[in-house]
Write a protein that binds this ligand. Structure first.
Ligand SMILES: Cc1cc2nc3c(=O)[nH]c(=O)nc-3n(C[C@H](O)[C@H](O)[C@H](O)COP(=O)(O)OP(=O)(O)OC[C@H]3O[C@@H](n4cnc5c(N)ncnc54)[C@H](O)[C@@H]3O)c2cc1C
Length: 380
């Protein structure tokens, strides 16, 4: 009998793991992949949707296109997870797993910031990005605040990318002089792990007249004024507020007993949890790495190596190396790159490649290669 691997969540981590298991363990495992959505949308695609470069429909990659020999995809909402028995209840039935992998990502919690739901927008969900695009379409003049609202958030460069892309949008429209753009973050630097990248970003923000507010946290909005209130007692007026909401592990994870301090602790070498035959990868874990798709993908590859060694025999694989390539949209259609390693030594290493059209082409290839590997064909 093949081993039944149940993967919860078909995002970056779940898609990479199911692809690797189809390639490397097609005869040994049956994979069930579960997600509440019917399609995957890349994180970076939400920026394209927000500034109207592509429609949401164009950016959706339907799960029905995945054709893997040993894979069943179920579009269902996961209602409970018992990590002791590896029993999962969904709105479509009950699954018993031999090996369970939790890749449910991080949920957004806009309600955690009072006033945000009534008085602001977010572009971190596909629907939020589409609503922000509609608000930007009619925005002629005034002050835009882009504000990070919690300590952990997916893709640390994304708010910066949003600021550069808004600068370009209003420049193209000829209204840039009528729009003030402010970028607020509780972090001390745009990319704290890379002072070199941060220095380049701070310079480019200043060149474009975008005001950078480090170590600044908006605690609540007063939508009637409208004002954004800061943790230090000050307040800022705004006409359009784009918040990066507080992130949380999905409720079903918090209720399962898998999480400690809000996220799932894992062995950072193998991504095993403290429950037998239960692994977790990606944004839902408290692994000492940032929340990013490339990281979730690298972790998923490590779990695949661990399962190959377990099911085929052989030496345990090398631990997760902790390296990642991060692309940053920096305006004028250019993209910069940061090569980082979080686990190589005592401190994080990073190298910055300045923005160029060549790196932009590399980023396009990055997305295309994942579409091919996960969905079988790149859409036209
Ligand atoms: C604007 C933006 C730009 C980004 N740009 C980049 C970038 O350039 N590079 C990069 O590496 N990363 C980027 N990211 C971050 C990246 O998208 C995430 O870090 C990555 O998707 C995390 O992968 P994951 O597998 O952990 O979770 P996810 O990809 O979020 O997948 C989790 C899945 O679980 C499903 N799920 C959750 N709860 C349930 C439930 N109860 N039942 C069923 N299904 C459920 C969700 O529907 C989802 O599909 C960006 C993110 C954003 C928002």
């Amino acid at each position: 009998m093949p081993t039944h691997v149940v993967i919860l969540g078909a995002g970056f981590g779940g898609l990479e793991l199911s692809s690797r298991l189809a390639e490397d363990l097609a005869d040994e495992v049956e994979v069930t992949l579960i997600d509440k959505n019917d399609a995957f949308v890349f994180g970076f695609a939400k920026l394209d949707v927000m500034v109207g470069r592509r429609s949401l429909e164009e950016m959706r990659l339907p799960y029905r296109d995945m054709a893997k020999v040993n894979l069943t995809f179920r579009q269902e909402t996961i209602l409970s997870i018992d990590p002791m028995t590896r029993r999962v209840v969904t709105d479509g039935g009950v699954l018993e797993a031999d090996i369970l992998v939790v890749a449910l990502g991080a949920d957004l919690d806009p309600a955690a910031t009072p006033g945000l739901v009534e008085g602001g927008f977010e572009f971190y969900s596909p629907e939020g990005a589409a609503r922000t695009r509609d608000a930007l379409e009619s925005f002629q003049a005034g002050t835009i605040l882009i504000s990070v609202l919690g300590p952990f958030f997916k893709c640390p460069p994304a708010p910066i990318e949003a600021a550069f892309l808004l600068h370009d949008l209003f420049t193209r429209r000829g209204t840039r002089n009528a729009v003030e753009i402010h970028l607020l973050s509780p972090l001390p630097l745009p990319i704290p792990v890379s002072p070199e990248t941060s220095a380049a970003i701070v310079g480019m923000l200043a060149d474009r007249g975008i005001t950078w507010w480090p170590q600044t946290l908006v605690t609540h909005l007063d939508p009637d004024a409208p004002l954004a209130h800061l943790a230090d007692g000050r307040s800022l007026p705004y006409d359009l507020f784009l918040g990066i909401p507080v992130h949380r592990a999905p409720e079903v994870v918090l209720e399962s007993g898998l999480a400690e301090d809000g996220w799932i602790p894992v062995d950072p070498a193998t991504f095993a949890t403290r429950f037998a035959d239960v692994y977790a990868v990606g944004d839902v874990t408290s692994a000492p790495v940032p929340r990013a798709g490339v990281i979730a993908e690298g972790e998923a590859r490590t779990v695949a190596d661990v399962l190959v060694a377990r099911l085929r025999g052989g030496d345990p694989p090398a631990p997760y190396a902790g390296d990642a390539v991060c692309y940053i949209e920096m305006g004028d259609d250019t993209v910069g790159r940061v090569d980082v390693n979080f686990l190589a030594g005592d401190s994080v290493t990073s190298a910055f490649t300045p923005p160029s059209l060549e790196v932009a082409a590399e980023k396009v290839e990055f997305g295309a290669s994942r579409r091919t590997r996960w969905f079988g064909h790149p859409p036209a």
